[in-house]
Design a protein around this ligand. Structure first.
Ligand code: DGL
Length: 273
């Protein structure tokens, strides 16, 4: 049986993480699931994000995954801990679900020089305050300012972020965040959709502010994790293949996913509940 590493996001955003996982760990098999029919998750309640994420995790385990990455900050913020504490102990002991907030928090404090960072993310991630809580554990001296950007995921998923109106929303949110703290020198894009608009943000903030995306951070962290967990790593199959599943129609997914990955892919439609 194939045992790919599961990669989950509410929609297309996790593809920005998957691309770096494939680059860093080309020998591994991956199974990507986008819950496109129910995205975005960003403004949904804790209970709903937990329920949807748990359904996704159960689906990925049913497909043979032993290890799952929630390549979605919103799901990592709102569902990961409860899944790790309440759900995983009820199934086979070696199976693991990992998120993207902790590995990012471990690194972000070593990038800033001024010790002032800004975070842009979905409403759910910002309201959970997960980044502040995690970053404080590793870098208690760092000043954190945050801004929720509820318009960005719809702009990105509908591919209208480069139009004048789309750019206007992005600029407004970035400027509001920077106005909170003039000493910010590092801007974390704390949503896996946002790398798609990273170039637009770089143009807005200029060269003095570093714009940080998560793909490479998560890929390095997973590679490290697999080195430290040799028996789990040995269970994952390694044919260099990736399988794509979406809860929306596969035609739509294939078209938009190609824009995220810059290459054609073929997905399968799946119903999860
Ligand atoms: N890509 C997801 C994240 O990293 C969220 C997108 C959504 O709102 O569904 O937070």
């Amino acid at each position: 049986m194939k045992k790919p590493i599961g990669v989950f996001d509410s929609g297309y955003g996790g593809l920005t993480i998957l691309a770096d996982l494939q680059k860093k760990l080309p020998e591994y098999d991956f199974l990507y699931l986008g819950d496109n029919a129910r995205a975005p998750y960003g403004s949904r309640s804790f209970d709903v994000v937990y329920e949807f994420t748990l359904q996704a995790v159960e689906f990925l385990f049913s497909q043979g995954c032993e290890l799952i990455i929630l390549a979605c900050n919103t799901a990592s913020a709102k569902a990961l801990r409860t899944i790790q504490q309440n759900y995983l102990p009820t199934i086979e002991a070696h199976k693991r679900v990992l998120g993207v907030i902790r590995p990012t928090s471990e690194i972000i404090g070593s990038i800033t020089q001024t010790k002032h960072i800004g975070i842009l993310a979905t409403e759910g991630t910002i309201k959970s305050d997960s980044y502040r809580l995690e970053i404080e554990k590793f870098f208690p001296e760092i000043e954190i300012s945050q801004k929720a950007c509820p318009m960005w995921v719809p702009l990105i998923e509908n591919q209208v972020y480069y139009q004048l109106g789309g750019k206007w929303f992005i600029e407004q949110d970035v400027m509001k965040l920077l106005a909170k703290d003039k000493a910010i020198d590092t801007l974390l894009l704390g949503c896996t959709h946002y790398p798609i608009v990273a170039e637009i943000i770089k143009e807005i903030v200029g060269e003095d502010i570093a714009v940080i995306t998560q793909g490479e951070i998560i890929a390095n962290s997973l590679s490290d994790y697999l080195d430290r967990h040799a028996s789990l790593a040995a269970m994952c199959t390694k044919n260099g293949e990736t399988y794509y599943f979406t809860t929306e129609t596969s035609h739509d997914f294939d078209k938009k996913a190609a824009a995220f990955l810059h290459r054609p892919i073929q997905s399968k439609h799946v119903v999860i509940r």
